[in-house]
Design a binder for this molecule. Structure first.
Ligand code: ZN
Ligand code: ZN
Length: 936
């Protein structure tokens, strides 16, 4: 990290951090009376394998703002940090560190050693997180963080698994699914959906020659030429019309609808329905498997079958079937008892019997088309290729290592989500989403389309599948706790990781040996088990658990809709038929300013901690909170934007506070002033409280924070500017003004406490009185107290807000009229006539005075029109000249940095026209400005 000189704001924030720490304010906020009881928040744990990025910070800010608000509303909001410790992210880092390229190197190295290495690296950056997270103002108990790799957490995961198993929701199946050949593991639907990218590939139209009609071919089209050695059948649609056409090398069959595209000029010789083609035999393209007489179901291979998944929208209307490499293919193979040929290893290389290509990667990561090209050459050489074509299509890649995935038939354990779906959809109705459209949109759609969840991974550093299987009778034993395993095995179990529990076997009743099934669990099973794992439920905290489930609030980024949010929902639905959370805020993605992904390599974004050092954490927080990421939309991060927040909101508010402090005395907070400006700002404050409260109640943080910007603007640009004179010593209503401003600043400190916790503290400390809490974060939210108060003070129909808005509109209109007439504001004018309908409330006199001062007119007349009298009489002209002269003197004093009480001397020049007038009043002007003036 670069050394950035810290701004005054950043230094002040650091002092406030020290104050909170020293006074244990966070701890006190958890210990203080909570009349409303506990507010339950679940924290989605991050990995500590890298430094926190903007995505983490956005989520962290949200996870801080909401608990602070509910604490102020009288709840106790425990916030225990968690660490996600398992899975591919950490395994991949360790593999790189050890220089491993293949999974087998891990086995050679030793799984125990590998896992212990993972354990030692998992919290590499934890201490950085422990610095950064508090610095952005997030309160969390990081000292007692739960870790998904600790035995209590892992034991709860076993319990969850066994519950599901006992309910008949876990099963093993052999089916076609996506695998990563580099990581050599299966992946879930969600993991696959994360990794789609547009890639270039080659599609081929291949000729399969009929056994009984040499020179006649079936044409089939594929985008994965590497699967062709695994072909065992062709599929046609029973009701689809196929035609035989003449091609240069003989004759070919394909769907009638596809002739135009595939062989446009060809002459049609014969027409048949798909079902009439069923059963016709063709010659295999490759003989690696067809010649193997021991191959099961060999007699059913290399024939045409009908299938209901055939369309004529692409290809030839005839599908090449490789049952080990596609789910439709696999289903057809099961139905028709096709031979099963798996010509590729799980590491993505051709098996040795595929003699022409053995050992080659089917999709080499550095040149994904290379192997397909070799296959195509082979086909062309053997007269089996009709045509080839470059295509671009969307293809899934490993979310972790970016290797192209393969569709691959293998054995896996599943959670039967489809069995639960009705309940899951029903329970989802109870969840409040922010933004609301995610509920029926991204989440609802994903839930409606949910398939069974593949939970086995053929990896190492993870929670394990707690199933033991008898080698002899194949009976299963599922464990839901360490104690159960100890009892069955007679061994002490202190750790539930793979390398430990795989060593534990025991005798089956049949005399065979029970050994653990080798797979580990999808890490999302850990994350989804977090409500139980965090509290070691049900082994501990059984009473407490009832109070802390479901969560009232969770938050994460949009990508978690199909991940953490979904898995929490699935497991809670499976265990308790409930939703796991009631309210959820989904944030969008933070991009670099140029709209591209933030990239360390491109260096296209500022380090978050540098931003904090420059503008303060409050500015960063507020910038994010008022931004589109709160609507789950993308945000192009702009440092200028943070700077603007710092200047416009925090800077201006700082100026208001400095002004207040300049005149502050013992005057207590008060709301009794009848001055129109005080009444107006108090009404605005009441409006702000209502708007902000409404936003927080709906979990719409942008709605809760944006009105603060407008309020600060009104407070500084209108209220304070128009009130300056009132504050001065000896003013008629100085005390009323001070009392009002103190009340406003105090209340404002409460309203900004969740969003700008540092500045709120600064403000609170200046405006608080004896008997107030020691920190703003131990104070109560103003909402309930204010509601009745404002109604009582002004009556329900008080029109002060609209009247002031009208008065300001009149001022704007009048200043525009001045501008048009070319008369500067310093030149007094006689009269402004305004429309009576615009000013009706009881504060009318005060408002007219405001308008008079602001527009610089002698009188404001209320009639049914608007007019500015722009006639400058000699008397008005003189007044203007005097004001100009005063301004000249004041500017000169300012330039010489003179203090108000200090006497000065200055020479000024004025126009010939005004010389006489100014000369006569030189003494008066001198007195007013405390300066001896001479005319040049
Ligand atoms: Zn991978
Ligand atoms: Zn047995």
């Amino acid at each position: 990290m670069k050394e950035v000189s810290k701004s005054e704001t950043a230094k002040r924030e650091e002092n406030i951090l020290a104050f909170w720490k020293e006074r244990k304010i966070f701890e006190k906020s958890l210990q203080k009376d909570a009349p409303k009881g506990e507010y339950v928040f679940y924290d989605g744990p991050p990995f500590a394998t890298g430094l926190p990025h903007y995505g983490h910070l956005v989520a962290s800010v949200i996870k801080d703002v909401v608990p602070r608000y509910w604490t102020m509303r009288g709840y106790r909001v425990p916030r225990v940090w968690g660490w996600d410790c398992h899975g591919l992210p950490i395994e991949n880092i360790v593999e790189k560190e050890l220089g491993f390229k293949h999974k087998k190197e891990i086995k050679e190295y030793g799984i125990a050693k590998f896992n212990e290495f993972c354990r030692s690296r998992v919290l590499t950056y934890a201490s950085e997180w422990e610095k950064i997270i508090p610095r952005i103002g997030r309160w969390a108990d990081m000292e007692h963080a739960y870790r998904t790799m600790d035995k209590p957490f892992m034991e709860s995961v076993w319990w969850v698994f066994k519950q599901l198993y006992d309910k008949g929701l876990v099963y093993e199946d052999y089916r076609s699914m996506h695998i990563c050949p580099r990581c050599e593991t299966t992946l879930s639907q969600q993991e696959v959906s994360e990794g789609y990218k547009d890639v270039k590939d080659i599609s081929v139209t291949v000729k399969f020659e009929l056994v009984d009609e040499p020179g006649t071919y079936f044409l089939a089209w594929t985008t994965t030429p590497w699967t062709l050695p695994g072909n065992v059948a062709l599929a046609v649609g029973a009701e689809v019309t196929y035609v035989k056409v003449k091609i240069p090398e003989g004759f070919a069959w394909l769907a009638k609808d596809r002739v135009v595209t595939i062989v446009p000029e060809a002459e049609i010789l014969e027409e048949r329905k798909g079902q009439e083609l069923a059963g016709i035999k063709y010659k295999p393209l490759f003989d690696y498997y067809a010649k193997d007489e021991s191959l099961k179901n060999r007699e059913n291979g290399w024939k045409v079958y009908t299938a209901d998944f055939i369309t004529t929208e692409a290809g030839t209307g005839i599908a090449h079937e490789a049952p080990a490499f596609g789910s439709d293919d696999w289903e057809l193979a099961k139905k028709e008892s096709l031979p099963f040929v798996q010509h590729v290893n799980m590491d993505g290389t051709f098996k040795k019997e595929v003699t022409d290509f053995s050992g080659r990667d089917v999709k080499p990561i550095d040149d994904p088309q290379a192997t397909d090209v070799l296959i195509i050459k082979y086909l062309a050489h053997n007269g089996l290729l009709l045509s080839k074509e470059k295509i671009e299509h969307s293809y899934p890649h490993c979310w972790r290592c970016d290797t192209p995935l393969l569709n691959y038939a293998t054995s896996s354990w599943f959670v039967s989500v489809t069995k639960l779906k009705e309940n899951l959809l029903e329970n989802a109705k109870n969840i409040n989403w922010s933004p609301a459209h995610i509920k029926e949109g991204r989440f609802g759609d994903w839930l409606s389309g949910a398939r069974d969840w593949s939970i086995s991974r053929q990896r190492f550093w993870a929670s394990v599948i707690p199933i033991w299987r008898c080698e002899k009778c194949k009976k299963l034993k599922v464990f839901g706790s360490a104690a159960e395993l100890e009892e069955a095995s007679g061994k002490k179990v202190n750790d539930l990781h793979k390398h430990i529990v795989d060593e534990i076997s025991f005798a089956c009743a049949c005399g065979g040996v029970m050994k653990r099934v080798p797979d580990v669990l999808d890490t999302w099973f850990d994350s989804g088990s977090m409500p139980y794992g965090e509290r070691h439920y049900p082994f501990e905290n059984t009473e407490k658990f009832k109070r802390v489930f479901p969560a009232q609030f969770i938050a994460e980024g949009l990508d978690q809709t199909r991940a953490w949010f979904y898995y929490l929902h699935v497991l809670a639905g499976a265990l308790f038929n409930r939703n796991a959370f009631q309210n959820v805020i989904v944030n969008g993605i933070v991009l670099a300013e140029d709209g591209k992904k933030m990239s360390k390599k491109l260096n296209n974004y500022p380090d978050p901690m540098e931003v904090v050092d420059r503008y303060g954490a409050d500015a960063l927080r507020f910038y994010l909170l008022a931004s589109p990421v709160m609507q789950a939309e993308n945000l192009s991060f702009s440092e200028k934007g943070v700077n603007e927040v710092a200047r416009k909101n925090i800077g201006r508010l700082g100026n208001v506070l400095a002004f207040y402090q300049m005149y502050a005395d013992d005057t207590k907070r008060g709301t009794a002033s009848t001055h129109v400006l005080d009444r107006w700002i108090l009404a605005r404050l009441g409006q702000l409280v209502r708007e902000s409260t409404r936003g927080f109640e709906k979990y719409q943080l942008d709605t809760a924070t944006r009105p603060i910007v407008l309020f600060i603007d009104d407070l500084s640009v209108w209220y304070l500017r128009r009130s300056r004179e009132r504050f001065k010593e000896g003013g008629d209503d100085a005390e009323a003004a001070r009392a009002t401003l103190r009340h406003v600043l105090y209340t404002l400190s409460l309203i900004v406490a969740p969003s700008m916790p540092f500045f709120a503290e600064h403000l609170f400390q200046s405006a608080k009185e004896e008997g107030d809490p020691e920190s703003v974060h131990l104070a109560e939210w103003p909402a309930s107290a204010q509601k009745g108060f404002f109604a009582q003070l002004f009556g329900k129909k008080d029109s002060i807000l609209s009247d002031m808005a009208n008065a300001r509109a009149i001022v704007t209109q009048a200043l525009e009229a001045r501008d048009k007439a070319g008369i500067k504001v310093r030149q007094p004018l006689q009269k402004l006539t305004v429309n009576s309908k615009q000013l009706t409330g009881k504060g009318r006199e005060g408002l007219l005075q405001l308008i008079k001062d602001e527009v610089n007119v002698k009188e404001v007349e209320v009639r049914n029109s608007f007019a500015l009298d722009t006639n400058i009489t000699p008397k008005l002209r003189e007044e203007g000249a005097v004001r100009d002269a005063v301004r000249l003197v004041q500017d000169a004093r300012k330039a010489a940095r003179m203090r108000p009480g200090e006497h000065g001397e200055v020479s000024i020049t004025v126009s010939q026209e005004d010389r006489l007038v100014i000369g006569q009043r030189l003494e008066a002007i001198g007195k007013q400005t405390n300066t001896t003036i001479s005319l040049l």
